[in-house]
Design a protein around this ligand. Structure first.
Ligand code: ADP
Length: 316
């Protein structure tokens, strides 16, 4: 994906498109967010992960300006979402979990209609809206452009949702569980689309997902939200490295299976061969997967371990 020096679409290079400091949210007496800190930069794809009820939707809705926070500092495209106006809203895109409307309209007509709203928000650096034919092509809906929306399949409908979210050529896009219900091909197409948006348009993207494989494939950076705050912030690789010091070595000898957990897999295997030579069979060395890492992090923070593994920002 893009590097910071390539950014041009989102304004001043290097300035975060999202900046969150000490964000708190209380529902009644229940503190859901106790101090959330993170940033998103232009052209960056950031994935917000966390168990159900962790506060992912709450966080995203605060950034979108749909929910008022209890405390903390939030800047989105340089403004406070709690007070930002229409011109700001025209610069962000939102794809909600589901959106049902206009069943008798066609994708082309809906996109044309919605696009009209953004004309007034064109800038010299960013013409708005997206040209409808080009957008239909981008999301893979050319063949279905003139069908009634009510007759689209689930995957096609979801691609239309994305088109609706990006018709105004947003500088920042929020995607809440964007591929829920997608088949593997639709999922792959969607991932390509996200990469195109971040690479070619410089769009910053913040998405939530439950699917770790998806997060790994899509995100430049992952944020893990648990116990009211961000317990990990880094690339998939960095996250795995942080917790995955331990490897599991499995082998069999004389028909018996053995398993050994070690932080020093290579010397261990060397010693194993020195000791047993050709008797060793079926050797396997397995590093913790991202899923193991994620589960370990969430479990550590939920069990109240205040020093759950926290990553320093890790550059790509
Ligand atoms: P996630 O998206 O990570 O599943 P949510 O942000 O939806 O988490 O919810 C976080 C917590 O806040 C949950 O326990 C949920 O029940 C609670 N919550 C969310 N919205 C409200 C609300 N409007 N009023 C009271 N509690 C809420």
């Amino acid at each position: 994906m893009s590097t910071e020096t390539e950014f041009h679409a989102g304004g001043r290079a290097g300035e975060p498109v999202v900046s969150v400091r000490g964000l708190r949210m209380t529902y009644g007496t229940r503190e859901v967010l106790t101090g959330v800190d993170f940033e998103v930069h232009a052209g960056e794809v950031v994935c917000l992960l966390g168990p159900n009820g962790a506060g992912k939707t709450t966080t995203i809705e605060i950034l979108e300006g749909f929910r008022l926070r209890s405390g903390g500092e939030v800047r989105v495209l340089g403004e406070d979402p709690a007070s930002a106006g229409d011109a700001w809203r025209a610069r962000i895109g939102v794809v909600l979990q589901s959106w049902r409307d206009h069943a008798r309209w066609t994708p082309r007509r809906l996109l044309k209609q919605l696009g009209g709203y953004f004309v007034a928000y064109s800038t010299p650096g960013r013409t708005r809206p997206y040209e409808v034919d080009r957008l239909l092509e981008t999301v893979g809906l050319v063949e279905h452009a003139d069908r009634k929306i009510g007759t689209l399949s689930g995957g096609q409908r979801r691609r239309l949702d994305v088109a609706v979210g990006i018709i105004g050529r947003p500088e920042l896009l929020f995607l809440d569980e964007p591929t829920a219900g997608f088949d593997p091909q639709a999922r792959r197409d969607f991932h390509d689309l996200v990469h195109r948006l971040s690479d070619l348009e410089g769009t910053g993207i913040l998405l939530t997902t439950h699917d770790l494989a998806e997060a790994e494939r899509l995100a430049d950076r992952m944020l893990v939200l648990a116990d009211g705050h961000i317990v990990a912030d880094g690339s998939a690789e960095a996250l795995s490295r942080q917790v995955a010091g331990t490897a599991e070595v499995r082998w069999s000898r004389g028909g018996e299976r053995f398993v050994h957990a070690t932080e020093e897999a290579t010397p261990f295997v060397r010693r194993l061969f020195e000791q047993h030579g050709e008797e060793i069979e079926d050797l396997e060395v397995r590093r913790a997967s991202l899923e193991d890492t994620y589960i370990a992090m969430v479990a550590a923070s939920e069990s109240g371990a205040r020093h759950a593994p926290t990553l320093a920002e890790v550059s790509r």
